[in-house]
Design a protein around this ligand. Structure first.
Ligand SMILES: [Zn+2]
Length: 417
């Protein structure tokens, strides 16, 4: 019996691959190397070609085009990439994940720890499915081990399966498992040229048939204020309190433009952290928007507040360092309509209704698309990512496997993209 996507998933979540913010090296944690080495071994055992794991932990492999060379030359099929990430989010522990299987019949789900998964619309759409949850003390790791399991299972089917004795028809497929996606570094050392695909799909989304061709554009602002510290007893006219100056700016950030009060395509400005003393203070702020206009407006709001605080606290010295993090991938995908329409068709054939949903976040695909590898995103069947209430519908993960197989056969009928 070949291993199912569920068998693989349950094995993979037991490996701790939590990534770490602000690490010097990629991968940020050794568990990702261990997981990657396991996958490389499994890919070799399945019969994949060109299996490699590089020093940054990227695992790549090839499912060769099974057709005779002459036919391949006469009728080339574009090379497709399948990508998922090895790490899990640092927000919640990914150590000793203890997955539980539930035959889901509706209602909220009470976890062993007492935490509860409320009955969302997404959960209701999975009544009758087999669902995997945690014991409520860790995240599950469906983000993105369900994506990894779906790709491994689809690869197994293409390499070792057949339809009534006839091997699957498909072009060359490249696989990549990437480190440190959750800390925004998944594409940093991704060698697009060496990968050699014409386009790719990440399998890193949530519920079927959610597919994504649009993400936020992301920037961050590192804000530093320098003041003047002196004994408070003799401070009159001398002390410049950097923390008070910066706190004034934090308090003036528009509440209506915060993550907690925005949704859909609305932009936000998010104060991630603030720290300091009298002499100096620092804030880390992130800016998110789907359009250039909204991003410019984010920056204009912040610049105006900084100017105002500078004036309000004479003697305070401000440095504002903006840095681009990732771009909205919609821009890079608009010239490749077939990559999107084929995906819609593949999802439909997998039994789900495709819905394009803008991601209020980024994926590896955002940066890869910018690097010249057009990469929209496919659902995994998971939900409530990064939290102890994370869950996965096994049935929907299987729909992700079918979507990948459908893509392989749809593109096998195409001469070019
Ligand atoms: Zn993810």
């Amino acid at each position: 019996m070949p291993e199912t996507a569920l068998d693989r998933f349950l094995r993979y979540v037991r490996i701790e691959t939590t990534s770490k913010d602000n690490a010097e090296q990629v991968p940020s944690t050794p568990g990702q190397l261990e997981f990657g080495a396991l996958l490389a071994g499994e890919l070799r055992a399945l019969g994949a070609a060109e299996v490699a794991q590089d020093e940054h932990g990227y695992v790549t492999a090839t499912i060769p085009d099974p057709r005779p060379a002459a036919e391949q030359a006469a009728r080339p099929i574009p090379v497709m990439g399948w990508i998922a990430h090895l790490d899990t989010a640092p927000d919640t522990s990914g150590k000793n994940v203890n997955p539980k299987l539930i035959d889901y019949q509706g209602g909220p789900i009470r976890l062993e720890s007492g935490a509860e998964i409320s009955e969302s619309e997404g959960l209701r759409s999975c009544i009758g499915d087999m669902i995997v949850v945690t014991d409520g003390t860790t995240l599950l790791g469906a983000d993105d081990k369900s994506g990894v399991a779906a790709i491994m299972t689809a690869a197994d089917r293409l390499l070792n399966g057949s339809v009534e004795g006839v091997p699957y028809r498909h072009g060359k497929i490249r696989i990549a498992f990437t480190p440190d996606e959750e800390v925004g570094r998944g594409a940093e050392f991704f060698d697009v040229e060496k990968f050699g695909a014409d386009f790719a799909y990440t399998v890193d989304g949530e519920l079927p048939g959610e597919i994504n061709k649009e993400t936020f554009s992301a920037e961050q602002l590192r804000l530093k204020v320098t003041g003047v510290d002196i004994h408070p007893g003799t401070a009159k006219g001398v002390m410049v309190n950097a923390s008070r100056a910066l706190a004034g700016l934090a308090a003036a950030l528009p509440a209506g433009r915060a993550p907690e009060s925005t949704e859909g395509r609305e932009p936000y400005i998010h104060l991630c952290s603030i720290a300091g003393d009298v002499g100096s203070a620092e804030a880390h702020i992130i800016l998110r928007a789907f359009t250039d206009e909204d991003m410019s407006e984010n920056r204009r709001i912040l610049d105006k507040l900084i100017a105002r605080q500078k004036e309000a606290v004479p003697g305070s010295v401000w440095t504002a360092e903006y840095k681009k993090q990732y771009p909205n991938m919609a821009e890079g995908l608009k010239d490749c309509p077939l990559i999107l329409t084929r995906l819609e068709e593949a999802v439909r054939r997998a039994g789900a209704e495709p819905v394009w949903k803008p991601i209020r976040g980024g994926t590896d695909g955002s940066c890869l698309t910018e690097k010249g590898l057009p990469t929209p995103n496919i659902f995994t069947g998971g939900n409530n990512f990064h939290a102890v209430t994370e869950w996965l519908s096994v049935n929907k993960m299987e729909a992700a496997v079918r979507t990948l197989l459908n893509l392989a056969s749809l593109f096998a009928g195409e001469e070019s993209i």
